[in-house]
Ligand binder design. Structure first.
Ligand code: 7PJ
Length: 278
């Protein structure tokens, strides 16, 4: 897939490091909220082998309060700017806001990662005009309400149908087919059972075809409550469980793993890669 000034081979699984710049972010507890700390954290992730750094200023954890656009812009833009100036990595911006998409791409971001799949007013048109690749994610409901009794007939069919349908709409609207990444949205309006079904059948999503081609799949399970529920452990003790889940997703064909623990995941993926090639 072609990004601003580089090409990334997604036939081998790649790691996206999560850099939260939200003070209420559940897993970092706001630790990386100063600019220098954010840059150091990003640098560490690049050294460890991250191909992408995902910068997000809006907490979308269940029940999170919405942040204002000004707040989101002021959290994210300086971080994007500093990373673009200092590191050789693709910067992904985790946002649904067209204004932030525009600002961050102007500052050097190369991927728009939207948990609302460009469905917010103006987002689709903005992403189209910016011309960078996009990751569209499935979510049932909205972050405030989504864990309120989510239900599906078949979660795998529903999520696959939504993502392929949405990708078709984007292509109709003028997007390049080879600039679309799809993501089932682990934990976004899903019970543990739904998440496990999706992970177990992630190859169905990987193999879903659009005009005879597949779309790269991004998987984000890192430190999420599905891991916490399985382990009965708090967020700071979910690293190994998260790496296990990422390993399975990669083995079943996921292209990008969105994680907090970059080095550990990179090592695990090297084992997957060796096995798939061997
Ligand atoms: C995801 C995300 C995910 C994509 C978050 C968290 C919650 N973007 N942003 N996929 N999750 N594409 O990291 O726990 O799963 S925020």
């Amino acid at each position: 897939m072609k990004f601003l000034n580089c090409e990334i081979d997604l036939s081998r699984p790649k790691v996206m490091g999560v850099l939260n710049v939200t003070p209420d972010s559940f897993s970092d507890g706001g630790k990386f909220n100063s600019l220098d700390a954010a840059l150091r954290q990003a640098e560490q992730m690049v050294v460890s082998g991250a191909a992408f750094i995902d910068v997000g200023g809006e907490s979308t954890r269940p029940g999170a309060v919405q942040v204002s656009l000004d707040e989101e812009l002021s959290r994210v833009c300086p971080v994007v700017e500093r990373i673009a100036e200092n590191l050789d990595v693709i910067i992904s911006v985790d946002t649904s806001s067209p204004e932030l998409m525009k600002e961050s791409v102007a500052l050097g971001a190369g991927l728009i990662n939207d948990v609302r799949a460009l469905q917010k007013t103006g987002a689709q048109l903005m992403a189209l005009s910016l011309g960078v690749p996009v990751c569209i994610m499935h979510m049932q409901g909205s972050p405030e309400m989504m864990q309120n009794n989510p239900s599906y007939n078949s979660v795998v069919d529903n999520v696959t149908g939504f993502l392929v349908g949405r990708a078709e709409q984007l292509i109709q609207a003028g997007f390049d087919r080879d600039k679309i990444i799809i993501d089932p949205g682990f934990g976004f309006g899903k019970t543990l059972e739904h998440n496990l079904q999706l992970l177990n059948q992630i190859n169905d999503l990987v193999n879903a075809q659009l005009e005879n081609t597949r779309l790269p799949v991004l998987v984000g399970v890192s430190r999420k409550s599905m891991i916490g529920e399985i382990l009965d452990k708090p967020v700071n003790e979910r690293m190994i469980g998260s790496v296990a889940a990422a390993t399975i997703a990669a083995y079943k064909g996921a292209s990008i793993l969105r994680v907090h623990d970059v080095q550990e995941t990179v090592d695990a993926l090297s084992v997957v890669q060796a096995l798939l090639e061997g």
